[in-house]
Design a binder for this molecule. Structure first.
Ligand code: GLC
Length: 440
């Protein structure tokens, strides 16, 4: 059985801490109704009514290479792809069911294509696997908290054998961990409470599941949703006494934790905020509420400044294309990352108070000032002293930035001011990054 070991843990999370930015991809049959990945549950849709999307799943424009290229160009270092979502539809060639993309009209194993594409692009490979399954006959239906047929007594659970579902779940995870080469990250989703049948780590035979995954893929990272669900705390890693199902990182959803996440002992935890670009994970025709690229850039910086990662979602449409609005955001993010990536990769908390002008990130003796708002006159950088400053430059051009000597700052002899020049408009109005090399 798997046992926690802090040294091994620190080693396996090292790449993840470096990466800071990843792409989440939610895609499946639900892209066709185009009302989000919860469509069956939200609309209490019976399986038979969902079948039309299976029969129409041709995905003519799906090219995982393009997804991977878009991610890479945006500065992302890893991807997480929904191998199976709650609807139970599998995007891989599973020997345990015919409810897979291989049996739809397109006859493709998208996990295989995705894994190859991600590796070719030099990205780490993550798979999302839903613990919930609204297709499997042995998964609780009536009375479950989320199942599409939860309110319909005709779907009673009398002849359902949950242990059969567990064999299936374990078997599929074994397939994913065996048939596709090295998998860097497994994103299980999620445990929850049913009134008389709580879906917890033990319910999924979580200890056994984790042991199998870690045996088949010794370096893999696992999220913490076997134990928790984005609600209900941060799991046993947080307590300082990690159980067999502990996650390697916390995964707050649609929220950036106000001050980062520390465990009970006050140690910084590894975390990743998963965030949609609009308001849905799966492709949604009527959701045009996309976050502007400027906002996404600053939110990435916010995550890093608090010691975490951003997993930014795209929901390819029914043809398999990433929506145009998402591609535009990714392009702008990529342009910014291309010159400012050093202030993101491998960076974390600066352990300085949040500055008025924006945010700090830090990596070793490099302090990055993310300037969103210019000052009148020279820019004060609170928390450091002049004798600590070896060099200052703009990250985007490496242009030297002098320490300001103007008389206007003379009443503050102990503060360091940067001289950003005569232009009141910042070179990059979204986030101008000033790199300060500290002597210690
Ligand atoms: C959720 C949702 C889901 C989504 C996921 C991403 O808990 O159930 O649809 O895939 O979180 O974080």
């Amino acid at each position: 059985m798997y046992r926690f070991d802090r040294e091994a843990y620190e080693k396996r999370v090292a790449w993840f801490r470096q990466a800071r930015l990843g792409m989440f991809i939610h895609w499946g049959l639900y892209a066709l109704p185009a009302r989000g990945e919860w469509v069956r549950s939200n609309e209490r849709m019976p399986l038979e009514d969902y079948q039309r999307y299976f029969d129409a799943f041709t995905a003519p424009d799906c090219d995982p290479r393009q997804w991977a290229q878009a991610a890479k160009a945006a500065g992302m270092r890893y991807m997480v792809f929904t191998a199976k979502h709650h609807d139970g539809f599998c995007l891989f060639d599973s020997k345990l069911t015919d409810y897979t993309s291989v049996h739809t009209p397109c006859h493709r194993d998208f996990v295989a294509e995705y894994v190859t594409a991600a590796r070719e692009a030099g990205l780490k490979v993550g798979l999302y696997y839903s613990l919930l399954d609204w297709h499997h006959p042995d998964y609780p239906h009536f009375g479950d908290r989320y199942h599409p047929m939860r309110d319909d007594p005709r779907y009673s659970n009398e002849n359902r054998d949950f242990s059969r579902y567990l064999d299936y779940l374990h078997g599929q995870v074994r397939e994913l961990c065996t048939n596709y080469g090295k998998i860097d990250l497994m994103w299980f989703d999620f445990s929850y409470d049913n009134p008389d049948f709580p879906m917890r780590a033990e319910t999924w035979r979580g200890g056994e599941l984790v042991s199998m995954v870690r045996t088949l893929q010794p370096d893999i990272l696992i999220d913490n949703r076997l134990e928790v669900s984005g609600e209900g705390g941060f799991g046993s890693l947080w307590t300082g006494d990690p159980g067999p199902c502990h996650g390697d990182f916390a995964c707050p959803e649609q929220l950036i934790p106000p001050e980062g996440i520390r465990d009970r002992q006050g140690r910084d935890m590894v975390w990743e905020a998963c965030i949609t670009m609009n308001n849905n994970w799966g492709y949604t025709r009527d959701d045009g509420y996309f976050k502007p690229a400027d906002m996404v850039i600053r939110k990435l910086v916010e995550c890093v400044s608090k010691g975490g990662n951003l997993l930014l979602n795209v929901g390819p449409d029914g043809r398999g294309r990433i929506p145009r609005q998402s591609l535009e955001v990714l392009e702008k993010l990529g342009a910014w990352m291309a010159v400012n990536g050093e202030s993101v990769y491998g960076c974390g908390k600066a352990e300085l108070p949040k500055p008025e002008f924006g945010r700090f990130t830090r990596k070793g003796n490099r302090l990055y000032c993310h300037i969103y708002e210019n000052s009148i006159g020279p820019l004060p950088i609170l928390g450091i002293r002049e004798e600590d400053v070896a060099e200052m430059r703009l990250l985007s051009t490496y242009a030297q930035v002098p320490i300001a000597r103007s008389w206007v700052r003379s009443n503050y002899p102990d503060l360091v001011f940067a001289d950003l020049g005569p232009d009141p408009v910042l070179p990059d109005p979204v986030d101008t990054v000033l790199e300060i090399t500290l002597r210690r």
